[in-house]
Ligand binder design. Structure first.
Ligand SMILES: Cc1cc2nc3c(=O)[nH]c(=O)nc-3n(C[C@H](O)[C@H](O)[C@H](O)COP(=O)(O)OP(=O)(O)OC[C@H]3O[C@@H](n4cnc5c(N)ncnc54)[C@H](O)[C@@H]3O)c2cc1C
Length: 477
């Protein structure tokens, strides 16, 4: 009987890019060994134990949107979609401290959010028209000449007022891209509004994990991998790759073990690749270019209170230092042990926190508490049982106008080696969706390589949500 050789891949890195690649290869019947240097999966989307409360807390709240089609596919395939909760509304709190419930109407895209937008309490009619005009121009933008402009320069050209910039453009883009407007390239700003708010009615729908991230990327995911010949090796750093005749022959672990495979995917941050190769391969792989990518930081403040602060599941706060607050106690309550006393645990997110980090954590937490008390005066009566701040200094890559030229393709100059990671070329900013896409793109390269593919092209990357016919007409999409 003819036996076919089972194809084998080694994936280095157990962040979302590596996990997505492992799931896509596992589904195709490949034998996969994924090596992760840490003792947990999820990479930059992870949790750790808070020593005071003994609770597992996330390094930062992670959210996803309807336009993140590949991340959703990954969650559904592996069964971890059960750990997400869809948020039917966004709650905006502007400078007037009014809560604005923002949601979709029955109208088709691009008008599904227009009724909520019209009702926003902190913009005048004139400002709303100003925003709508610039939004139309941005989403319909096709001009390569302005590609190099920073988004703040473009906004100035569109005569957007300070108030509008602070309470509209900055709120959406800093949350989505974790950068200040002067460091955001125009195509990325366009992508956020096009895919997230204009093209398709589902694009903006926000989902939030209802369990800590270690549980999200925990047992259910591991069971799926076990059933699909994906072997996860934790605490297993890869130290070096051996190359012979332009092919990777072995990955060497930090314990000196030599591992063989047909294909290799490196799914580690761009700053961690250099050490995997001998000097002679760095230029061939364009590693010095990728190392020019800059990064942005994201900080989170965790508060445990003796009483509830708000009844909302979250709030988006405009024009202040704090940008989002998530009612984690409420979001996690369905999953929690009902015999345990209820906690009033809140998580505040501050994206693009590079400049802010010149202050001490104590000062930043104090500002946050004062801002909360300004919005919710009852905060003054609430006792803070415990607080802590977490900052990820290299949370995401900065989507500056220069960044695109430093992002590398997944396919490398070495025959059986692909890169994956949110820093590679995906058309997406550095997000969970970008990371999953990169993993799928790497697998698409592998499956369709002449050595492996059988008869027809095997697509792996999932398509974007389609633009509605009305959005196509209105915005020329
Ligand atoms: C604070 C914060 C908040 C965020 N919020 C959001 C959000 O709300 N929504 C969103 O979509 N995105 C968010 N992101 C971005 C998102 O988390 C990342 O884009 C994504 O997780 C990156 O995944 P990755 O697999 O490319 O890289 P990583 O997650 O960095 O994974 C790389 C993995 O490789 C491992 N590794 C490194 N070297 C080796 C080696 N030699 N051998 C073996 N393993 C190795 C690392 O330990 C790591 O686990 C946030 C990021 C941060 C930090």
């Amino acid at each position: 009987m003819k036996t076919t050789h089972q194809k084998k891949a080694i994936i280095i890195g157990g962040g979302l890019a590596g996990l997505a690649a492992a799931s896509a290869l596992g589904e195709q019947g490949w034998s996969v060994d994924l090596h992760e240097s840490r003792t947990r999966l999820g990479g930059r989307a992870s949790s750790f134990q808070d020593k005071i409360t003994n609770e597992m807390i996330d390094n930062c709240q992670h959210v996803t949107m309807g336009c993140c089609t590949n991340f959703q596919h990954f969650c559904k395939t592996t069964g971890i979609d059960q750990f997400f909760r869809d948020e039917p509304y966004l709650y905006f709190i502007g400078p007037d401290n009014t809560v604005n419930q923002f949601g979709s109407s029955l109208l088709p895209a691009p008008f599904h959010l227009s009724s909520s937008f019209r009702k926003l309490s902190y913009f005048s009619l004139r400002e709303k028209i100003q925003i709508a005009k610039a939004l139309k121009k941005l989403v319909g933008w096709k001009d390569d000449q302005t590609e190099r402009l920073s988004f703040s320069d473009w906004l100035k050209q569109q005569y957007q007022s300070e108030h509008v910039i602070e309470h509209f453009w900055k709120v959406v883009l800093t949350s989505a891209l974790s950068e200040s407007l002067d460091r955001i390239a125009l195509p990325y700003a366009r992508k956020v509004f096009r895919d997230g708010f204009v093209a398709n009615k589902e694009g903006w729908c926000m989902s939030v994990p209802v369990v800590p991230l270690d549980q999200l990327y925990g047992d259910v995911l591991n069971d799926w991998f076990n059933n699909h010949q994906v072997n996860i090796h934790m605490n297993s750093a890869i130290q070096n790759l051996e190359i012979h005749e332009n092919k990777v022959t072995h990955a060497i672990t930090s314990k000196g073990k030599k591992l063989e495979a047909d294909e290799f995917i490196i799914a580690v941050p761009q700053t961690r690749i250099r050490s995997l190769f001998n000097e002679e391969y760095l230029n061939l792989l364009q590693i010095p270019e990728a190392e020019k990518l800059e990064s942005a930081s994201i900080s989170s403040i965790h508060l445990w209170l003796d009483q509830p602060l708000m009844k909302l599941p979250h709030a988006v706060i405009t024009g202040r230092m704090i940008q989002w607050i998530f009612n984690r106690g409420m979001l996690q309550s369905d999953q929690e042990d009902q015999t345990k006393p209820k906690t009033f645990y809140y998580q505040i997110v501050i994206s693009a926190s590079n400049e802010l980090l010149k202050k001490t954590y104590k000062e930043i937490i104090e500002i946050a508490i004062n801002e909360l008390a300004d919005i919710w005066p009852e905060m003054k009566q609430i006792e803070i049982i415990h607080s802590r701040m977490v900052s990820e200094h290299h949370a995401v890559i900065s989507v500056t106008p220069e960044s695109e030229k430093y992002r590398l393709k997944q396919k490398t100059e070495i025959k059986n080696l692909n890169f994956a990671g949110d820093w590679t070329v995906t058309g997406w900013p550095s997000t969970m969706e970008g990371a999953v896409r990169s993993g799928y793109l790497a697998v698409e390269n592998i499956l369709n390589h002449p050595n492996h593919h059988e008869a027809r092209y095997v697509p792996v990357v999932k398509p974007d949500l389609p633009a509605s016919w009305l959005s196509q007409i209105v915005f020329g999409l």
